[in-house]
Design a protein around this ligand. Structure first.
Ligand code: SF4
Ligand code: SF4
Length: 438
């Protein structure tokens, strides 16, 4: 194993970048993979077979919105056959009883459901689409199957003040785990930083609420608080270490040590269409580039924390300094720390301003092509889940308050998904053993 690292135990499978929602913090890259480039069912089967043989024990089936893949149950079944625990990361849009039943039959073990706010109208406004009602129904369906349910919320200026109500919502929906992840400012979130940046007062107040609720809910609901990047001078351990515990496969087969790493210049990430997973993990230059500590410069090189935080996030270092090998500017010891302090101490970060009444975000688009290579008769996703397609992602667009969408014939309102934030190591499987069966 290169650099003394073991094998990966988790795989984030980004099945598509297609998504009905337009979250302003979306962790998908600014340049979205086109739907015609997506791995086929057989290619995913092969990837998952290799992953199982190589020791991967858990996969997050994510996107975009993975329910847009008409072959999702086949992909779940392939993971199950490979001995891999499957967790669906979804907006809940399009999750009918029949669809969920097919996924459970195929071996699905748990579901993470995203929501943007406890208030339906505000949740839909942040998502850029009417989605809350569909999420609510999806939560009820998931609980009915007995699958473990996690609720994910990305926190920012427009919903931090509602964190108590969000916890109430997660409890009411029957979540066993509520993940409250403060926005990490790369990609779309960096583009929307001005609107999303919370104030110190908001963060302090929300943190106190979480502490109180955690004590109240101990033993029943797990509350996870992913700390913000810009405010405490501490760098987070990126992905539990570059190429240390998990890998991401993008919709077009690109293999990445972190979901956001495709932006790093010169990384030249390998592709599962060209290389075996074993070679990708052990020998590819991309997975070895920032593995371990040998690549580090000062101050990380002589820092006692380098084995625990790995010098922070490479994507953030690149986004803010233009050099991915520098110390993450979130760290107070970084010579570039002034870059984040200037933002955190700006009037916007320093003052307890109320959320903007109508924040305007640059919204991500969705690839506008039908699927390819998924078998004869497979219906294009737009037939199943009506949603607004936009032009391919270049630059996104500014979302204004949208007119009400027409009601779909078979499903209710369209909605969204929230994959694990980039830079964050994958969550372990839920505590409760899955209750499967007829
Ligand atoms: S200097 Fe580097 S290793 Fe030390 S705390 Fe900061 S980011 Fe971590
Ligand atoms: S639901 Fe997920 S993939 Fe879709 S726009 Fe929101 S964050 Fe991005």
């Amino acid at each position: 194993m290169s650099d003394g690292h073991g094998r990966p135990w988790a795989l984030l499978a980004e099945l598509t970048h297609g998504c009905p929602l337009h979250c302003p913090y979306c962790s998908n890259p600014l340049e979205l993979a086109r739907r015609s480039q997506e791995l086929t069912t057989d290619e995913w089967r092969d990837v998952l077979r290799q992953a199982g043989e190589y020791g991967v024990v858990q996969t997050h089936l994510s996107g975009g919105e993975p329910l847009l893949r008409t072959d999702l149950a086949e992909i779940v079944a392939a993971a199950d056959v490979a001995g891999i625990y499957t967790q669906l990361v979804t907006s809940g849009v399009g999750l009918t009883e029949a669809r969920l039943g097919a996924l459970v039959d195929a071996g699905l073990r748990s579901v993470q459901l995203s929501v943007q706010h406890a208030d339906a109208a505000r949740s839909d406004r942040i998502a850029g689409h009417r989605a809350f009602a569909a999420k609510e129904r999806a939560a009820a369906l998931i609980r009915k199957t007995g699958l473990p349910l996690g609720v994910n919320v990305v926190l920012h200026r427009d919903n931090l003040d509602a964190v108590n109500a969000i916890v109430d919502l997660g409890v009411a929906w029957g979540a066993e785990r509520i993940e409250l992840a403060n926005t990490q400012f790369y990609g779309w979130a960096l583009r929307n930083r001005e609107a999303l940046l919370p104030s110190r007062a908001q963060l302090a107040s929300a943190g106190a609420v979480i502490e109180r609720r955690r004590a109240e809910l101990a033993g029943t609901t797990e509350l996870v608080w992913v700390v913000p990047d810009y405010f405490d001078g501490v760098a987070k351990p990126c992905m539990g270490g570059w190429g240390a515990v998990s890998l991401t496969i993008a919709p077009d087969g690109t293999a990445l040590p972190c979901p956001a790493a495709s932006v790093l210049p010169g990384l030249d990430p390998p592709n599962v269409r060209d290389r075996r997973l074993e070679w990708i993990w052990e020998s590819s230059p991309a997975f070895n580039r920032y593995r371990g500590t040998a690549w580090m410069a000062e101050p990380c090189r002589s820092c006692p924390r380098k084995e625990s935080d790995f010098g922070g996030c490479r994507c953030q270092a690149y986004a803010l300094t233009g050099d991915a090998a520098r110390t993450d500017p979130a760290c107070a010891l970084s010579p570039d720390h002034g870059l984040v302090r200037a933002v955190a101490d700006s009037p916007r970060g320093a003052h307890a301003q109320a959320p903007l009444p109508h924040p305007t975000y640059d919204a991500r688009a969705s690839p506008a092509e039908p699927l390819r290579g998924q078998g004869e008769g497979a219906r294009a996703p737009q037939d199943q889940i009506p949603y607004i397609y936009r032009t391919p992602a270049a630059g996104g667009r500014t979302l204004q308050p949208a007119p009400p969408a027409p009601r779909p014939a078979r499903h209710t309102t369209p909605a969204h998904t929230s994959p694990p934030p980039p830079g964050q190591a994958p969550a372990p499987p839920p505590r409760k053993p899955p209750e499967l069966g007829p």
